[in-house]
Design a protein around this ligand. Structure first.
Ligand code: NAD
Ligand code: DAU
Length: 359
């Protein structure tokens, strides 16, 4: 198997690349990443010299380059993660999201189609998408223990995206399914809930708050902090992708979720107590950093995934409880403050220059 993973220098991609490189020494793993601000080759230092791993810098929108890459590396399988992924950035810069997420996915699909040329035997195109394509759920049981509502996103839930990010991911999902239905390409689409864990870029809620608690900076909470997200530890996502890529029914969609709904404010309070405890600070010392700020435009109220199809068909379920995963994550950021500092100072971009070295 010559497996192309796109976006492998990002958060989820780097976990997935590491997982596949270690688990499948007989595969050749080709990591294609443009190294935007979100890509960071230091996420992969521990596996970069493995025999079965190759990094290539490239833009998925570069159709000619994608065609060359399929030919040169005789690609049989694709797991496509490369994307612009941050909702707030999509609100200020929607064009970049349409370009990468829609045109980039289309370029990759077309390159795969041309190279495979109708021979679908042992081929797979697995597109990594998000629960945000389904829109937002009601928060009709806001008090007490989760779940905070009576409805869940299922594979049959109608698409109803609200942000430029989710609209671009929805469009890309439609293109992937169209390549299955029109040309017979063996595709898979997975829609996953919020991931967290080591190596997440500190613009997303959890790493941003860890970084700000460390620095004693304000923790910006959009609106009242009542919005609900369904959190999944990133390594559980990687296990799910592995299962679905190898054993899922082509043409199908699978939802992946943590069955672990949390209000944002509860996540931030737990982060504060975890960071302060691990640093030996007095309990509650950083509570005053909580700062309510203007709500995100079009802010989806609640996400909650029903991943029972994946459980029933392939036997997957999340293995990491949120409290445990969050503590592991906080410990990782405390032990890897140089990683964070490299991002805040911009020094991590030096790896981008190094990545140009011809191999
Ligand atoms: P990320 O922003 O951390 O990483 C994205 C990676 O894609 C980066 O390495 C970046 O350099 C690369 N990239 C961006 N544009 C590119 C282009 N034009 N060509 C090649 N590479 C490019 O994102 P993430 O959080 O790891 O998410 C990865 C995928 O998973 C995305 O498709 C996202 O929509 C999806 N997803 C994310 C989550 C989540 O909670 N983070 C949940 C569900 C689905
Ligand atoms: O649901 C899956 C999605 O999860 C992925 O598709 C996206 O790529 C990923 O970024 C994530 O989207 P969210 O918008 O849910 O994640 P984010 O970490 O940006 O925000 C989580 C929640 O916290 C959300 O309700 C907005 C809120 N928030 C976020 C930030 C950055 C704040 O209150 N303050 C903040 O500063």
């Amino acid at each position: 198997m010559n497996l192309l993973i796109t976006g492998g220098a990002g958060f989820i991609g780097s976990h997935l690349v590491r997982f596949f490189v270690n688990k499948y020494p007989e595969y050749r793993i080709i990591n294609l990443d443009a190294l935007t601000y979100a890509g960071n080759l230091s996420n992969l230092r521990d596996i970069e010299s493995k025999q079965n791993y190759t990094f290539i810098r490239g833009d998925v929108c570069d159709f000619g380059k994608m065609c060359d890459l399929f030919r040169k590396h005789r690609i049989d399988g694709v797991i496509h993660l490369a994307a612009e992924s941050h909702v707030d950035r999509s609100i200020s810069d929607p064009f970049t999201f349409a370009r990468t997420n829609v045109m980039g996915t289309l370029s990759l699909l077309q390159a795969a189609k041309q190279y495979w040329n109708g021979d679908w035997q042992d081929k797979r195109f697995h597109h990594i998408s998000t629960d945000e394509v389904y829109g937002a759920l009601a928060l009709d049981k806001p008090e007490g223990d989760p779940p905070y509502g009576s409805e869940f996103f299922r594979e049959t839930t109608k698409y109803n995206p609200h942000s430029p990010y989710s609209a671009s991911k929805a469009a890309s999902d439609h293109f992937v399914r169209a390549y299955h239905d029109t040309y017979g390409m063996p595709t898979l689409v997975t829609n996953c809930s919020n991931n967290y864990g080591p190596y997440q870029f500190p613009e997303k809620l959890i790493p941003l708050c860890i970084s700000n608690i460390l620095l004693g900076k304000p923790l910006p909470i959009y609106g009242k902090g009542e919005n609900v997200r369904d959190w999944l530890y990133v390594e559980d996502h990687a296990r799910a992708i592995d299962l679905i890529f190898h054993r899922g029914n082509t043409g199908d969609t699978y939802n992946i979720g943590g069955f672990d709904e949390r209000k944002n404010i509860d996540v931030v309070r737990l982060l504060i107590s975890t960071v302060d405890r691990l640093l030996g600070r007095p309990e509650g010392m950083s509570q005053h950093l909580i700062t309510y700020v203007t709500n995100r435009a079009g802010h989806d109220l609640r996400y909650a995934i029903d991943s029972s199809k994946l459980r029933d068909e392939l036997g997957w379920q999340p293995s990491t409880r949120f409290e445990n995963g969050l503590e592991t994550t906080v410990r990782w950021y405390l032990d890897n403050q140089a990683w964070l500092d490299n991002i805040t100072s911009g020094a991590y971009m030096q790896y981008h220059a190094e990545a140009y070295r011809p191999r």
